[in-house]
Design a protein around this ligand. Structure first.
Ligand code: BGP
Length: 472
């Protein structure tokens, strides 16, 4: 008798081909229908590009946008709920009905079109009021307020949502505390606040994992983790170790806590070496242990090469990563924004995750290629994005055939949107939105060439992706 499992030989029939966005990056209507101000709103106002007030106005184009998704053939759509649209101050006694109505409309339109909603609860947009009230995530109180918000959202929409993501790219929020509205003039105190916000976010999520399993035993819930695959500059052990420890601190930490229910040793060592104290209280360990994720969302874009540097000043994030220098590799196709095209890196990354957590279900929650683009006669010939998609889908199939349990692929982004720091000229969309940093114009939507390429991927379950490389 053969007891070995049979490896899959292609994408499964029920594979969820999707696309991804987040609330503040697409919705607009930042001050409409009772929504409260968020940190993302304030950060965008300080940017030299455009702010969140209109963005690409998905709030008022929701029916049209879901129709475009349906025409594309999407099986899933990953988006986020704006906490401050549900609770304008983050912790109001009652939810804001108009905000609830908006997400009901969106979710109902998706369900009607046969598109599975994949919902992120918190994507870089902490309600500003929580920062004013008590310092936001730098305070333990945020655990209860996030829990209350998540519970409300699970109650409101859980009958139609099977996939939940608790926090998007927590490690980024922890290491760049200003993204959560956390500040301090003293650098060490700022890092300590950042690490405590990290700890509180772990505790808050553990409580929400547990709650979700109780409320909806069939649902899947997990973190959306930023996964940058790092390669050492050379084969010296010192560079290899540095590159590994960066991956641990930026990516695996969020997976390890979510799936193993405890703080990993490499993180405790980092805290000790940096002289940073966590606000650990009795009962915390039990909370982390008793609430675990049951799948992973991975945001994966590209690979990077790092080299140890003699310069002590932090070269990456806000202090965690020091003595390191990013080295560009001219052998790869690079974008203006320092993204490299390295699809085999995705397969490699997925194998590593699967080695660490065998057979864990994985959703690729982001993966995408930025370009400056212009509309010519109503068309956008985004050949590089097609090359990017083709290469990554090709390698995704390899990973699935390796035995990695990938169940869904959601490229970033469904439509052009507000990038975190670079306005709308850094476009990722399958659908072009006719606006620029200066003017909202008419916000008309135009499917790009990549939209039609991806439509064929979905229609054929990727049978059109036969070559590792296509020309750009
Ligand atoms: C991820 C974020 C997204 C998205 C993407 C692209 O880190 O989860 O929100 O913006 O990166 O980054 P950027 O907007 O900086 O180009």
């Amino acid at each position: 008798m053969n007891n070995f499992r049979t490896l899959p030989d292609d994408f499964p029939k029920n594979f969820l081909w999707g696309a991804s966005t987040s609330a503040f990056q697409v919705e607009g209507a930042a001050n409409e229908d009772g929504k409260g101000v968020t940190i993302a709103d304030l950060r965008s106002q300080k940017s030299k590009y455009l702010d969140t007030s209109v963005s690409v106005d998905h709030y008022h184009h929701v029916v049209e946008d879901v129709q475009l998704m349906a025409d594309l053939g999407l099986k899933s759509y990953r988006f986020s709920i704006s906490w401050a649209r549900i609770f304008p101050h983050g912790n109001d006694p009652e939810p804001n009905q108009l905000g609830v109505d908006f997400y009901n409309q969106l979710i109902n339109e998706l369900v009607k079109a046969g598109i599975e909603p994949i919902v992120t609860l918190f994507h870089f947009d902490c309600p500003q009021s929580l920062v004013e009230q008590y310092g936001g995530w730098a305070n333990r109180q945020a655990i209860d307020d996030y829990y209350h918000y998540a519970k409300t959202v699970l109650e409101l929409f859980g009958d139609r949502v099977n996939y939940w993501l608790t926090i998007n790219e927590q490690s980024l929020l922890a290491n760049v505390p200003s993204m959560n509205g956390i500040s301090d003039s003293n650098r060490t105190r700022l890092r300590e606040k950042g690490e405590n916000s990290n700890y509180y976010m772990f505790l808050a999520q553990a409580k929400v994992y547990k709650l979700c399993h109780q409320m909806y035993p069939e649902a899947k819930i997990g973190p959306a983790v930023s996964y940058m695959t790092n390669f050492p500059y050379d084969h010296t052990s010192a560079n290899a170790l540095k590159s590994k420890s960066m991956e641990d601190m930026i990516s695996f930490i969020d997976m390890d806590v979510a799936l193993r229910g405890q703080l990993p040793d490499y993180y405790l060592r980092y805290l000790k070496d940096s002289g940073l104290q966590l606000d650990i209280q009795e009962g915390d360990a039990k909370i982390l242990q008793s609430g675990r994720a049951n799948y992973l969302g991975l945001n994966w874009y590209s690979t990077s090469i790092f080299k140890l540097s003699d310069d002590e000043s932090p070269k990456m994030l806000d202090g965690v990563i020091s003595n390191v220098e990013k080295v560009s590799d001219d052998r790869l196709m690079n974008s203006e924004w320092d993204f490299s095209y390295d699809p085999v890196g995705l397969r490699f990354a997925l194998q590593k995750v699967n080695d660490r957590f065998p057979n864990i279900p994985i959703i690729i929650t982001e993966c995408g290629w930025p370009e400056r683009e212009e509309l010519v006669d109503g068309k956008v010939h985004d050949q590089k994005r097609i090359k990017y998609l083709n290469g990554h889908i090709y390698e995704l199939r390899q990973a699935i055939e390796d035995g990695v349990n990938v169940i869904s692929f959601n490229p970033w982004s469904f439509l052009d949107l507000l990038s975190v720091n670079d306005g709308i000229s850094k476009r990722y969309g399958l659908v072009f939105v006719d606006r620029d940093n200066e003017s909202a114009k008419e916000l008309k939507r135009y499917p790009k060439d990549s939209y039609y390429f991806y439509q064929e991927v979905i229609r054929t379950n990727a049978k059109n992706v036969t070559q590792r490389e296509i020309d750009n």
